[in-house]
Design a binder for this molecule. Structure first.
Ligand code: FE
Length: 143
């Protein structure tokens, strides 16, 4: 048999993205890595997108998946970008988080598992939810 190099498979954009820690470190800035892969939290009021009021889409800074729409962003006053609903119900995964002596619901990117922030039941109508998201976990695309 002729030894042809194997053909790359067509990438499945809906498939989970599993990278090694070395690949994540190469792809992300140290600050992004600390939040997305190490479940860190940026200091309030420091995020570049906290006060962003432009119309567009918020994507995962780790893998590019669309996570939030600017239509659902609201001024929560908490110091982190806040949204009342994800762009798509399958874009985000929720996990119980009992770290730091609190009972919270962590939200992660469903595609790459990156830590985004937490969701709290004190948001505005229509959902009553506040997705409190680290700016470092997001990239913004103007529309
Ligand atoms: Fe992601």
């Amino acid at each position: 048999m002729t030894d042809f190099p194997s053909q790359p498979e067509t990438p499945d954009i809906s498939a989970p993205l599993n990278l090694s820690e070395a690949e994540w470190r190469a792809r992300l800035s140290p600050a992004q890595y600390e939040v997305l892969r190490n479940k860190g939290t940026e200091r309030p009021w420091t995020g570049a997108l906290n006060q962003n009021k432009e119309t567009g889409d918020y994507h995962c800074a780790g893998c590019g998946a669309k996570l939030f729409d600017s239509d659902s962003k609201f001024d929560s006053g908490c110091g982190w970008p806040s949204f009342y609903i994800p762009a798509d119900s399958t874009a985000i995964a929720e996990h119980e988080d009992v770290s730091f002596g609190m009972r919270r619901v962590e939200v992660t990117c469903a595609k790459c598992g990156g830590h985004l922030g937490h969701v709290f039941p004190d948001g505005p109508k229509p959902t009553g939810l506040r997705y409190c998201i680290n700016s470092l976990s997001l990239s913004f695309e103007r529309r």
